[in-house]
Design a protein around this ligand. Structure first.
Ligand code: BES
Ligand code: ZN
Length: 613
């Protein structure tokens, strides 16, 4: 009897533990299968208001409650369908707000209703939306709004089971001011006019973090037969010019991993406050305008977001601790697409840049956060442990396997993984099972248990991990060393023919001892203070802060005020925070910049500058 009770207890414990710790959803009992959104975008109030209808799949005969995730939503009323065309008020309770997870909304039903409807309003501070004034756009005439749902921000604009373990299809009707266009992660139609509301259908099942919406003065340009770009009219020409390789990228990815399964692939170029480089919203990647360098040198970001159409959107991490299954796989696939479009040397250069970045971040990360599969814990927002580890270490593990078994074996294996788990959510254990059955069976010596364990559950990178090597970078290293040693002048470093990646590497490896005078020399020959390339500027400014090279201050200030992309501004504030005088200056610039930043960026910079409450 006692044994039985123990067994039962441990069963209950494992089933709860198998659920996503960052969601209140009990999807072992009931799952959302379809979503219908009927919302109006109100720019004066900075809110979305209307209702969400959820179609339910009941999985447990005894279940009568539906627990949803919400954050800062005002719930107006809730109704359930009786299945005979009638709707009835439903009992519901909104729990106290948890700082990491938001508020659980519990709907208690008299029976297992097929549908529920929730009428609600979002908060102007919704963590997943940014409402921009006209002044923050390029055209300066119309306001703009966009969502960023990953990781757990969909709950701030839709009450739902906000976990990547649950997938659903959706439809929507969105009302918006007449001058503006609405796009969603769905079947956007460039010819739609929005008369009577903008209507969308997403027929493929997606997890909640891929729900996306943007509203603004948008124009469309086709790029290829199934690709195109949306941007403000003032940016559309530059955007379309920069992104002409997009259709070819889709072809290259298909050649490697099978058909693109989402219909169209469009890109939305957002205003500069977009907090990320890119977001893989299905059918419409959201991208920062900082990738528009004028010479296509930063378009590997599109390869990355496109790659998610296989790794992430098709085969999805079932919880955020398995994030490397999204980003490590995507970083690997991105590099393969880059290699097939731009050649092996370009791909190698990017690998070296990634590895340099990884080693730098490993120096700062707690050992547990260096695991590929970290224990996040429900009290921590998954965004807080975001780092290079899942991306670069994850891809590095895959590349290790690729090297050991050869591409003839590894490419079909990876394609098989995507096919076998298409439109499903997966864990690291699922991957390990698949790896054993479909790769290690024929190549048992490819990797040992101990080595796999080291990659997944130990800090750092295994000692014998193969470092990437680039011949062009070896030449850059030599030039840098000779210049620093005073053997050659700045104009003799040979940078005339350098591509962006060579500059990134040159600047990444400038030693801390580089002086302001040396940076001055470099600047007078190579005009780095005037670079229009956001990635070069990031590294140049960081070197300038370290060396106390004052002429960077004017362009640096403009950069920090204009751009809200987290990866580009946070390292600069971090560098500035190291010396008291620089920190004073940073605080003054931030006071001006902060209102224009997205909540995600504000949150991180607040922490780095010691302003967090
Ligand atoms: N899915 C990520 C962005 C993300 C991750 C948003 C976690 C919120 C939480 C996207 O695919 C991504 O990785 N973007 C990178 C660019 C990429 C080239 C490494 C970025 O935004 O910098
Ligand atoms: Zn990604």
């Amino acid at each position: 009897m006692r044994l039985f009770a123990l067994l039962l207890l441990s069963l209950i414990a494992t089933s709860a533990a198998a659920l996503d710790e960052h969601s209140y959803a009990r999807y072992d009992r009931v799952r959302v299968r379809e979503l219908y959104l009927d919302l109006d975008a109100d720019f004066a109030q900075k809110q979305l208001a209307g209702f969400a209808e959820l179609v339910l799949d009941w999985r447990d005969a005894n279940a009568r409650t539906l627990d949803l995730d919400t954050r800062d939503l005002t719930i107006e009323r809730v109704a359930f369908a009786d299945g005979q065309g009638g709707w009835h008020a439903a009992r519901h309770a909104l729990a106290a707000r948890d700082p990491a997870l938001g508020s659980k909304l519990t709907i208690t039903l008299p029976r297992q209703a097929p549908r529920v409807r929730i009428w609600y309003r979002t908060s102007p501070q919704a963590s997943g939306l940014q409402w921009l004034d006209a002044a923050q756009t390029q055209g300066k005439r119309h306001p703009f709004m966009f969502s960023q749902s990953q990781s757990i921000h969909a709950r701030s604009w839709v009450p739902l089971q906000d976990t990547p373990a649950v997938r659903f299809t959706y439809r929507a009707r969105i009302g918006a001011p007449a001058a503006l266009r609405v796009v969603m992660s769905a079947d956007n139609d460039p010819k739609a006019t929005g008369a009577g509301g903008w209507r969308f259908t997403m027929p493929q099942k997606i997890p909640s973090y891929l729900l996306a919406i943007a509203v603004g003065n948008l124009e469309f340009r086709p790029l290829g037969k199934r690709t195109g770009v949306y941007a403000e009219p003032e940016r559309i020409v530059a955007a379309a010019k920069e992104l002409t390789d997009t259709e070819q990228m889709v072809d290259a990815a298909e050649a490697l991993y099978g058909p693109y399964r989402w219909g169209r692939y469009d890109i939305l170029v957002l205003p500069p406050s977009f907090p990320f480089g890119g977001m893989e919203n299905p059918r419409i990647t959201f991208a920062t305008p900082t990738i528009i360098a004028g010479d296509k040198s930063l378009v590997s970001l599109i390869a990355h977001e496109l790659a998610h159409s296989w790794s992430g959107n098709l085969v999805t991490n079932a919880a955020w601790k398995h994030f490397w299954l999204n980003e490590g796989f995507t970083n690997y696939v991105e590099n393969r697409i880059v290699e097939s479009l731009f050649g092996r040397e370009m791909a190698q250069m990017q690998l070296v840049i990634d590895q340099t970045g990884l080693f730098e971040s490993l120096r700062e990360l707690a050992p547990g956060d260096q695991w590929l599969v970290p224990e996040i814990g429900a009290h921590r927002d998954p965004d807080e442990i975001f780092s290079d580890v899942p991306y670069v270490k994850g891809a590095w593990l895959l590349r290790t396997l690729e090297k050991r078994v050869g591409r003839e074996a590894f490419d079909p294996f990876l394609r098989g993984w995507f096919d076998a788990h298409a439109f499903q959510s997966v864990t690291t254990d699922d991957f390990l099972d698949y790896l054993r059955k479909h790769l290690l069976d024929k190549h048992p010596d490819a990797i040992s248990k101990a080595e796999l364990h080291a990659w997944l559950f130990e800090p750092g990178v295994p000692k014998d991990a193969l470092l990437a090597h680039s011949a062009s970078f070896a030449a850059v290293d030599t030039a840098r060393d000779r210049w620093l040693a005073g053997e050659i002048e700045a104009d003799a470093i040979g940078a005339k023919g350098w591509v962006t990646q060579e500059w990134l590497h040159f600047l990444d490896e400038l030693p801390a001892t580089t002086t302001a005078a040396q940076l001055g020399e470099l600047d007078s020959v190579w005009k780095l203070n005037a670079t229009g390339n956001s990635e070069i500027a990031l590294r140049w400014f960081r070197a300038g802060i370290r060396a106390g090279y004052q002429p960077i201050r004017v362009p640096l200030r403009a950069y920090l005020i204009e751009i809200g992309r987290r990866k580009l501004v946070v390292p600069l504030y971090e560098e500035l925070a190291k010396k008291p005088a620089d920190k004073q200056w940073a605080l003054a610039v931030y006071a001006e910049a902060r209102p224009g930043y997205h909540p995600v960026t504000q949150h991180t910079v607040d922490q780095k500058l010691g302003l967090a409450k």
